[in-house]
Design a protein around this ligand. Structure first.
Ligand code: PHE
Length: 352
């Protein structure tokens, strides 16, 4: 519909006004100037009332057509602003889905922990229980009960960290120098169960106890903190033959080869008699034919059996204490013990 020039002018004004609005709020203000209560078009509509009937009809239709056009311009302007806003957001919040992922840095189990778990699984499969005990130990369990009384020269075999506090009975406390106190702790718990009737009298005592141990010692093969695994098998007739069989079977499973030999070399520990060092030699591989010291062991001393609460005339057996870092070094071909404790991720990352 063609409209009079004054009405045409309103459309032009609206077009420029709407186009100049850069924010939705500005646009709504401009809208009010045309379509609002005091807007130009509202005034035109009001003015119609004063016109003669014929003129009212044509002018009315024209004003209405202009209103429709202005509303259309308004909607176009609204859409343009919304599009512009969306485009601005899209360009700032741009997401490049073709970028390579950052990757998840996966942790791993420490090699000594891995070896400990492996040792536990093997001994469990041979019927051994797995026990855990305190690292701050009293003097009685660490030394006295193991046949190293106060002032016995054998105590100096292990340079000890003494703790300033004493236990509730006034016993000196130490950072345990070996896992051997667990022999006594575990055996006494089992004997207490036998005495209470919750465990059959005469049940074999068969346990390993892995854990941290401490000595004042530090070089390429010694660390002030290291790990041992204690083994103990006490029954009516457990002999050195059993020790050799069990320990050899363990080593074969641990190193996944039957091509290895073990030998017992005489040694001394206050809590075993006789005492040995267990040596092993691989039949092949980089260490082939070389005897490697792998564990202390022996037949549990009668005094220690007595401290278990058992009669050494009725019970006998063996104990061993092996260094877990030593086993880890041989299994993984690591030549410096300190690598296990420096926490260098380049080293540890190789065991994931
Ligand atoms: N406790 C001894 C050590 O740390 C090892 C050992 C354990 C020896 C059991 C004999 C029997 O050197």
């Amino acid at each position: 519909m063609s409209v009079t020039p004054d009405l045409e002018h309103i459309i032009d004004q609206a077009r420029t006004a709407f186009a100049s609005a850069t924010r939705p709020a500005d646009l709504e203000n401009e809208k009010a100037k045309f379509l609002g209560k005091d807007g130009v078009l509202t005034a035109e509509l009001k003015a119609l009332g004063k016109l003669p009937i014929e003129e009212k009809k044509t002018r009315g239709a024209q004003v209405n057509a202009v209103r429709v056009q202005v509303e259309q311009l308004l909607n176009e302007a609204r859409q343009a602003l919304a599009d512009a806003e969306l485009n601005a957001r899209l360009s700032t919040e741009k997401l490049d889905v073709t970028l390579p992922g950052r990757g998840l840095n996966r942790g791993g189990v420490h090699p000594v922990t891995r070896v400990t778990r492996r040792v536990e699984a093997i001994f469990r499969s041979m019927g051994f229980d797995v026990a855990d005990g305190p690292e701050i130990e009293n003097d009685w369990y660490n030394f006295t009960s193991l046949n190293s009384p106060m002032n016995h020269p054998a105590r100096s075999m292990q340079d000890t960290f003494y703790v300033a506090d004493k236990d509730e009975r006034g016993n000196p406390l130490v950072l345990r120098t070996h896992t051997s106190p667990m022999q006594v702790r575990y055996a006494r718990t089992q004997v207490a169960k036998m005495n209470a009737g919750t465990l059959k009298k005469g049940s074999p005592i068969k346990v390993i106890a892995p854990g941290r141990t401490y000595r004042v010692d530090s070089d390429a093969t010694h660390s002030p903190m290291f790990h041992q695994v204690e083994g103990l098998w006490i029954a009516e007739a457990v002999s050195f033959a059993d020790l050799k069989a069990v320990y050899t079977a363990f080593l074969q499973k641990f190193f996944e080869t039957t091509d290895l030999q073990t030998r017992f070399r005489p040694s001394y520990f206050p809590f075993t008699e006789p005492s040995v060092e267990i040596d092993m030699a691989f039949g092949s591989g980089p260490n082939a034919g070389k005897w490697l010291e792998i564990s202390g062991a022996g037949q549990v001393h009668p005094t220690v059996i007595r401290n278990f609460g058992l009669d050494p005339e009725e019970y006998m057996g063996f104990a061993f204490g092996s260094g877990l870092e030593r086993l880890a070094m041989l299994r993984y071909g690591v030549n410096d013990l300190r690598l296990f404790f420096e926490n260098d991720l380049r080293f540890l990352g190789q065991f994931k």
